[in-house]
Design a protein around this ligand. Sequence first.
Ligand code: FES
Ligand code: FES
Length: 396
Amino acid sequence: MTTIGINVNTRAVKISVEPRTHLADFLRDQLNLTGTHLGCEHGVCGACTLLIDDMPARSCITLAAACDGAHITTIEGLDDDEITTELRAAFTREHALQCGYCTPGMLISARDLVLRLDTSDEHAIRVGLSGNLCRCTGYVGIVRAVRSVIDERRKRGIPPILGAGRERLGPVGSCNGAGTGREQAGLSSAGLEEERLGGTTTISDFVPDKVFDEHFTVASPPDKVFAMFGDIEQIAASLPGVSLTGNPTPQHVKGLIRVKLGPISAGFRGAARIERDPNTLSGRIVGTGNDQRSRSSTQGEIRYRLVPINGGIATRVELSIGYSLQGILAQIAREGLVRGLAARLTTEFARNLALRLSGNAASAPTRQAQSIDSASLIFEQLRILVRKILRRTQNG
Ligand code: FES
Ligand code: FES
């Protein structure tokens, strides 16, 4: 058996596999991801197509053990993907499926074409889909569906992405696999991760393992607070331990957050997708990050809502924080510790935000290089515990 660490649909998975197990069997049998279908098992029919490191690949002729370190996206991981959603609707509209057996693989290949092709050239689409066999439809509806999605997107001004968003060359999975691929590419793991989490990478939704709420108030009206929340650089500067690692856009940010949990210092390097709704003064940030030193990874989601208080001159900021943690830190970071960390982070963020909103940014400490130290949190929790015990003793 070989132990591999891969990221499947943005979730880090560490598992033992037989060296001869192919990726499709591994996903279907061990992870229950049965959306990846198996037809020929010889790399001919395309039913098993999925994305390895964002590139379409045949999972029936890919050994799971060879994917150590790779990012796998199956059809289940594209549930909320914009292009796949448009393709699904077009497939239904154009009667592009009958039994549906080829459809998951077909959608993944079609998505790649929608990303890459400048125009809806029928010949190019047929060539692009020639590795995906369909025994039912005769392909006419499939080609029509793909053409319509390309046409609609180009009409909406969405250009093709050169190389379909792939920033690396080489065989599928070659850059992220353990060992030679990395060294040949001349990239550190952290560098690869940063590259992977660049502006063109889709950050998928996920179901957090833990969710909790926080809130704070600021003495500024909601619209002013909402405008500040749109200023990524100001927000990052208000968050202790956070620094940006690239130029943010209104929808996307790359960064580094340093934390210290017990004896372990970690620096999670990652990226986040930003969504904002000015009508409801709410927003959502979904991010993912990895710490190479502790071999831990995390996914996080922060939802916020701004509620006017005191007749609208102040704001209550309501937060819902969700996260999943994998790796060594997951064993150390008990929920209470993470919640304490989040509470501390929220308090400091609220204080810095208030200073910036009042125009006293200079007084707000620049904490970018400073990590969030959990030692004081542990003592804080101990203090609370001791206080509780004393109170119980006094009452008893
Ligand atoms: S099952 Fe993989 S190509 Fe046919
Ligand atoms: S819809 Fe049946 S194989 Fe394509």
